[in-house]
Design a protein around this ligand. Structure first.
Ligand code: CDP
Ligand code: MG
Length: 750
């Protein structure tokens, strides 16, 4: 093999995907060959000279080989890191020394906090220890993960260690995907899923043990579960609750859970030398790329982990690095460049766990998923620009934004620690020491204090928890966030004047999605277009289905135009799905039309799940045969708060908030001039863009949300010139106090 040719072909995203597909095809061919051989064995003309017994023996041999191949294939995708037998690997983990102490502590305490370095074995081992000790006899051992990817990969890993299939004794549940069976004793799931289960079963009666893993991440769902499980524990003395964390904020967890014991798992970590920038960095991406090249050219062998903020940034950095390394020629060793972010298919993700080939240095470009959720062995260098992308809700503007923000000191230290797992390492902080001490906060702000809470509050209300002020949050959200969430739910008619759940709200809470989408879906039932809306909602809940490969963007864009609906993106998504459906859901159709087959398949899964939910609640799945007006009106009933009006000076202005926004360049409405539009979300890049935009008639806003909009006189007869203003502006000042007083009322009633 010529130097580098193998590794460099496996560089980034699309190449990896192609390589993976080719591998898969090859493996499939191999298995087919095996089967063909086996068929020959059964052909008496071919096997004249063999005895019957001999043929039977050969047959069993082949079956085993084919089965083994299948196992091998599964193993590859599990991300097995070495060839050590599983048992030996399990015993070599730091947590193994603590096995009996842990089991004893769980048996003797209802609540327990366990702290240990990432990679020490908390997630994969504790559940197995408890299962081995028979604690799954009285109920499932559940373990939550903030990230879907982690839930899936960990379940696969544990199933592999136990030598069982995922979905049997070990399973996982994530939104729209349930891989468990009545046999399941160990169940991994996202924290959001367990929160959803609490709706129907607040006592958690299915579980004997629940482990809230990665508690330091402080996702909203984990924070809510803290309170729900504390409550469930009071009523169920036999329920065991374990809180695990990779960082040292354990005292706070312990205090919250009635001063429960804390167990520390000693990690085998090595010292990490920290290097700071001497001057502030202007362009962190450029600085990170320079830093990687520098390490690669001048430093000793050892893999590099770079923390970036998101998928696009990572993909483009992979490409730039690839080009830069090419210019070095053969003078320097190979650099294997690998991306990791949650949207990456899990088979490709597992590439990063494979041992680095000889004479090669690996560089992994990761989002903060690599801070604690996944562990990569063999990292000696960490490059930390000091940023991450967080979802943040601006309650005043009423919008959610993904913003790149400075990380906390705790996160920076977590990142640093990644370099000291296999030996002494180095961490390059691309910010000054003074910035670290003076500008970074000590801990990250919990999600619950910065995100849109309407989904969470709807679920709490549906559980009969009306008194949100006295709800036992570990860190209560700011009042402004609560009030704006209550307001949104009130506007969506999920809550009544007194802040109680309405019938509609009850219905909405049964769908695992944002309240705006849930409202749209519920409205589609009475508008008799639930089939279409189900498809649109499914398409909105998966990743972008349009594929724009480098060098073929124009070609791809031309194909996309074929699907464009003149009224906008929601109907365009419907067109795409319908066309794919007409072509028997084929992969070939996707290739020809530059669509992501995988994402469409996922959308179809989601669609089936939602249809099942509708049926389960006795709601009919009916079609309006694609009538664009019926569909758009229904969309308005959920998204009326996300409406914008054209402004010839600046593009568009949101009706609520009056913010300047544009139509995203990728929208089918880009460059078109409709007077009124609704949008799915706002994205902040160079400017504020509306994403997934659909044109509407202004009159629909008043028709679908008369409690939210009022007409303020029209300039002419034309409906299009109707002037519309959100009602609440009229008393926006008092609005907060009004909502708050109703919360208080609620409390008094309760
Ligand atoms: O939860 P914690 O970070 O303490 O560790 P873990 O996730 O239980 O991982 C224990 C070990 O299993 C690590 O050394 C990982 O390398 C390995 N592992 C793996 O090889 N593949 C996975 N999908 C998950 C873990
Ligand atoms: Mg873990």
């Amino acid at each position: 093999v010529p130097k580098g040719s193998m590794n460099r072909s496996a560089m980034y995203g699309s190449n990896l995907l192609r390589e993976h597909r080719e591998n898969k095809m090859k493996k499939r061919k191999d298995i087919e060959n095996e089967i063909r051989k086996k068929r020959n064995l059964e052909d008496p003309t071919v096997n004249k000279d063999k005895s019957r017994e001999e043929i039977e023996f050969l047959k069993t041999q082949l079956v085993v080989t084919a089965w083994e191949r299948k196992r091998m294939k599964e193993k590859v995708s599990f991300g097995k890191r070495t060839n050590l037998p599983m048992m030996e690997q399990r015993r070599s983990l730091p947590i193994y020394q603590m096995r009996s102490e842990l089991v004893k502590a769980v048996k003797e305490n209802q609540f327990l906090v366990i702290v240990g370095e990432t990679g020490s074995g908390k997630t994969t081992q504790i559940t197995q220890y408890l299962d081995e000790e028979g604690l799954s006899g009285k109920g499932i051992i559940g373990c939550t993960q903030p990230r879907r990817v982690a839930a899936v990969s960990v379940a696969k890993r544990v199933a592999d260690e136990m030598g069982v299939k995922v979905g049997s004794d070990v399973g996982y549940t994530i939104r729209f995907e349930d891989q468990t069976s009545p046999k399941t004793r160990i169940k991994y799931m996202t924290d959001g899923m367990l929160q959803r289960e609490a709706l129907l079963d607040p006592m958690m009666s299915k579980y004997s043990v629940i482990m809230l893993d990665e508690a330091h991440e402080r996702t909203i769902a984990t924070d809510v579960l803290f309170a729900l499980l504390k409550e469930a524990g009071k009523k169920r003395p036999d329920l065991k609750v374990i809180i695990t964390s990779a960082t040292l904020d354990s005292a706070k967890f312990s205090k919250y859970f009635l001063d429960c014991p804390i167990i520390n798992i000693p990690g085998k970590t090595f010292p990490v030398e920290v290097m700071y920038s001497t001057t502030p960095t202007m362009d962190y991406i450029e600085a990170a790329l320079d830093c990687v090249m520098n390490i690669h050219i001048n430093n000793d062998p050892g893999d590099i982990l770079v923390f970036l903020t998101g998928q696009e940034e990572i993909d483009s950095c992979c490409e730039i690095l690839f080009e830069r390394v090419k210019t070095l020629g053969d003078t320097i060793g190979n650099l294997l460049i690998l991306p990791i972010y949650s949207a990456l298919p899990s088979e490709i993700q597992s590439k990063i766990f494979e041992p680095t080939p000889k004479d090669t240095r690996k560089v992994v470009l990761a989002t903060n998923i690599a801070e604690t959720s996944v562990t990569i062995d063999g990292i000696y260098y960490v490059v930390d620009p000091g940023f991450s992308k967080v979802n943040s809700y601006n309650s005043r503007a009423g919008m959610e934004q993904l913003v790149v923000t400075s990380i906390s000191q705790a996160q920076a230290n977590q990142r640093k620690g990644r370099a000291g797992r296999t030996g002494p390492g180095k961490c390059y902080r691309l910010y000054t020491e003074s910035a670290f001490y003076n500008e970074m906060s000590r801990n990250s702000v919990p999600e619950i204090q910065r995100q849109n809470l309407s989904h969470t509050i709807l679920m709490l209300k549906a559980m009969g928890i009306n008194d949100l002020i006295n709800f036992e949050f570990m860190d209560p959200p700011p009042k402004s966030l609560m009030v704006s969430a209550l307001n949104d739910l009130y506007n969506l008619e999920a809550l009544d004047n007194d802040g109680y759940l309405t019938k509609l709200g009850q219905r909405m809470s049964q769908f695992p999605m944002d309240p705006t989408l849930a409202k749209t879906l519920v409205a589609s039932v009475s508008n008799e277009c639930s089939e279409e809306i189900t498809i649109i909602v499914s398409m909105l809940s998966v990743q972008n289905v349009f594929y724009r490969p480098k060098g073929k963007q124009q070609e791809a864009d031309l194909k996309k135009v074929n699907f464009h609906h003149p009224y906008g993106d929601h109907l365009t998504l419907l067109n795409v799905f319908k066309a794919w459906e007409r072509n028997n859901y084929s992969e070939r159709f996707c290739e020809l039309n530059f669509l992501h087959y995988r994402h469409l398949k996922k959308a179809n899964d989601v669609r089936k799940q939602i249809s099942q939910l509708l049926q389960k609640f006795g709601l009919p799945v009916t079609s309006c045969h694609g009538d664009p007006d019926v569909i758009r009106k229904t969309l308005v009933s959920g998204f009326f708060m996300n409406a914008s009006k054209r402004d010839s000076q600046v593009g568009y202005r949101t009706i609520r908030g009056n913010n300047v926004v544009g139509i995203h360049p990728s929208s089918s409405l880009h460059g078109k001039e409709f007077e009124y539009v609704i949008y799915h979300s706002l994205v902040l890049t160079a400017k504020e863009y509306m994403s997934q935009v659909t044109s509407i008639e202004p009159g629909w806003l008043i028709e679908m949300a008369p409690h939210f909009y009022k007409e303020i006189g029209s300039d002419s007869q034309s409906r299009k010139r109707l002037k519309i203003q959100p009602l609440y502006n009229k008393f926006s000042k008092d609005q907060n106090s009004w909502r708050l007083s109703s919360i208080r009322q609620t409390r008094e009633k309760a």
